[in-house]
Design a protein around this ligand. Structure first.
Ligand SMILES: Nc1ncnc2c1ncn2[C@@H]1O[C@H](COP(=O)(O)OP(=O)(O)OP(=O)(O)O)[C@@H](O)[C@H]1O
Ligand SMILES: [Mg+2]
Length: 571
């Protein structure tokens, strides 16, 4: 019920459409009732009283009723469905907005495919439910009411007899509804797994091809698809059994009505015209009532999906701004780690990290894989919050700044060169969305990217396609560097790509990096010797602790972990 109320609350702002739809449905319902009601006087006049001119008028009357009913029905349908669609659009936006507001930690915990499935499939299923329920409530509801009116008006005793069976349908209807909800929720979960497989295999297609794993992946997909079917089958089973069960139960009522009604006509307590009017109304009420019960089933299904969707909307962001944040414009770029510790779960990943980076310094982080380098730099952008200690920028604790303000101070060049399906210019503009063309070009020049961009078919307007498949590794890196240059932030975080580039590309990337690092406080996870030689200080991280720090010369002389790593790399 809670979930249902929330669903309906999203439709509230479209009350004008819903009102129009309601008016349309009143028209439809009224016409159904009128039609059933008129059967009695018409039959009486035409057949008992032989007023044949009525028979001549009748066809026109029928057409008129149906034209009017059709118009009302269109108005009802159109407005109810668009209102449903608008509500769903709003929910989908809300889910996406919520996702964007969640921390990197949340995305670590949830598979991309599953989240995609929630935004697309689950929301779609909700829409079906919302549209069906609102349509059902209005049109079928009004039709049923007006026909019931005729039924009771014609013969209330007979009406009561025919409805005696209704309580008997309540329990099976509820039972079936519950099952449908449960299985369709499980089905949606499987759909999430299926999307997950799709998303992972399509984005990892190169690996699959290279290792010839297509058959294995197909098998995996088939397997998930089959599991999805199993749940859908159960949903279908209960959905399909719903109508037969209801019909069988109601047939008792119909049988009783025919028997008692027929006898009433024979014994003269009811005219045959009244009886036919009654039966017409009964026959007409059947369809809307049946649709109402099936709408109930669809609703159950969509409530299952809605629960999954609201689960995402209800996620509390774990990183939020303070009520009274310190407003910062542009910092100088002094970064201090004050006894920082951090863990993703149980085990500490960083312990007692203290360091001070002065404005414009280059701090290189080196050390064995898994030592905590990437983790350390991701604390600066608050992808995660520290577990102990504090990080200060210009003496202000990160957590006291607005997240937006903080992120404006930092440019990030990730190990993975992430580009979007957009033009080259727009990809660079991720660094500064309102940058002019001239600024974009200047950044590209500084990143040694201008020349290769100009060789592309449409220059800066070239679309680089999904994940930029048409660019080389070095080119992609330089685009990401251009993005960071355009951002022009006082603090720079650089997770150097480990992939080896050819000498020319390497030189250009290094040149681009030198332009980028100039006058910024830089944290660089360094793999290139040239970067390390440039660094003002090198921190060696091992198992979450800083085990050595100093310049290249100092550390080489010390014969510790650094000199070991260094000699291993050179040999
Ligand atoms: N998202 C995560 N959730 C849980 N544990 C993580 C996560 N990311 C990293 N870890 C763990 O934290 C530790 C440090 O990882 P981190 O990525 O910081 O190492 P790194 O020094 O950057 O290594 P590399 O040189 O291989 O990139 C590792 O033990 C890793 O398993
Ligand atoms: Mg790393």
């Amino acid at each position: 019920m809670e979930v249902f109320k929330r669903l309906i609350s999203y439709s509230k702002s479209y009350w004008r459409r819903i009102l129009l739809a309601a008016i349309g449905s009143v028209g439809v319902g009224a016409m159904d009732g009128t039609f059933a009601y008129l059967v009695e006087p018409l039959l009486k006049k035409i057949f008992s009283e032989n007023q044949l001119f009525i028979l001549t008028l009748l066809p026109f009357g029928i057409i008129l009723i149906f034209v009017f009913r059709g118009t009302c029905r269109f108005i009802n349908d159109y407005y109810v469905k668009t209102a449903g669609q608008l509500a769903i659009q709003k929910i989908r936006n809300a889910v996406y907005e919520r996702c964007m507001g969640l921390s990197v930690g949340f995305f670590n915990r949830h598979a991309t495919g599953v989240l995609m499935s929630r935004v697309l499939n689950d929301v779609n299923m909700m829409q079906e439910g919302v549209a069906n329920t609102i349509t059902g409530l209005f049109r079928d509801g009004f039709s049923a009411v007006s026909l019931l009116f005729v039924i009771f008006y014609r013969n209330w005793q007979l009406a009561i007899i025919s409805f005696l069976v209704i309580p008997a349908t309540v329990y099976p209807a509820q039972l079936i509804g519950k099952r449908i909800k449960r299985y369709s929720k499980m089905g949606q979960e499987k759909m999430g797994d299926l999307s997950s497989v799709l998303q992972e295999t399509f984005s990892g297609i190169k690996v699959i091809k290279a290792f010839g794993l297509e058959a294995r992946e197909i098998e995996k997909f088939r397997d998930q698809n089959q599991k999805f079917y199993e749940f859908v089958r159960k949903t279908i089973k209960y959905d399909s059994s719903s109508a037969p069960v209801m019909e069988t139960i109601t047939s008792f009522g119909v049988a009783g009505v025919i028997w008692i009604g027929g006898n009433s006509v024979i014994s003269g307590r009811m005219t045959s015209s009244e009886f036919f009017s009654f039966i017409t109304a009964m026959a007409l009420v059947y369809a809307p009532v049946k649709r109402l019960t099936s709408a109930f089933n669809v609703l159950q299904r969509s409530l299952g999906a809605a629960e999954r969707v609201f689960e995402v909307i209800d996620q509390q962001p774990d990183i939020v701004d303070l009520a009274d944040p310190v407003i910062v414009e542009r910092v100088k770029g002094e970064v201090t780690f004050d006894h920082v510790s951090f863990s993703y779960g149980e085990d500490p990943v960083l312990q007692d990290i203290s360091l001070e980076a002065r404005k414009g310094e280059i701090i290189a982080l080196v050390g064995p894989s898994g030592g905590g380098k990437t983790t350390l730099v991701s604390l600066i952008t608050r992808f995660y919050d520290v577990s102990g200690g504090a990080i200060l920028i210009d003496g202000i604790d990160l957590r006291r700044m607005k997240l937006q303000d903080l992120l404006r101070q930092v440019a990030l060049v990730d190990q993975e060169t992430i580009l979007f399906n957009d033009t080259i210019a727009n990809n660079i503009r991720y660094g500064k969305t309102d940058a002019t063309d001239a600024e974009v070009e200047a950044a590209a020049r500084a990143a040694y990217a201008h020349d290769f961009i100009m060789e592309m078919p449409e220059g800066y307007g070239t679309n680089i396609g999904d994940r930029g498949v048409r660019l080389s590794g070095g080119q992609r890196q330089r685009l990401c560097i251009a993005r960071a240059i355009l951002r022009d932030a006082p603090i720079l975080i650089l997770d150097e790509a480990t992939s080896a580039l050819d000498t020319e590309s390497e030189q250009m990337v290094q040149g681009a990096l030198n332009n980028l690092m100039a006058n910024r406080t830089t944290f660089v996870i360094a793999h290139r010797l040239s970067t390390i030689l440039h660094a003002d200080r090198i921190l060696v991280l091992e198992a979450g602790r800083i085990v050595e720090s100093g310049t290249h010369q100092e550390l080489i002389g010390r014969d510790g972990l650094y000199s070991k790593l260094h000699s291993m790399q050179l040999t």
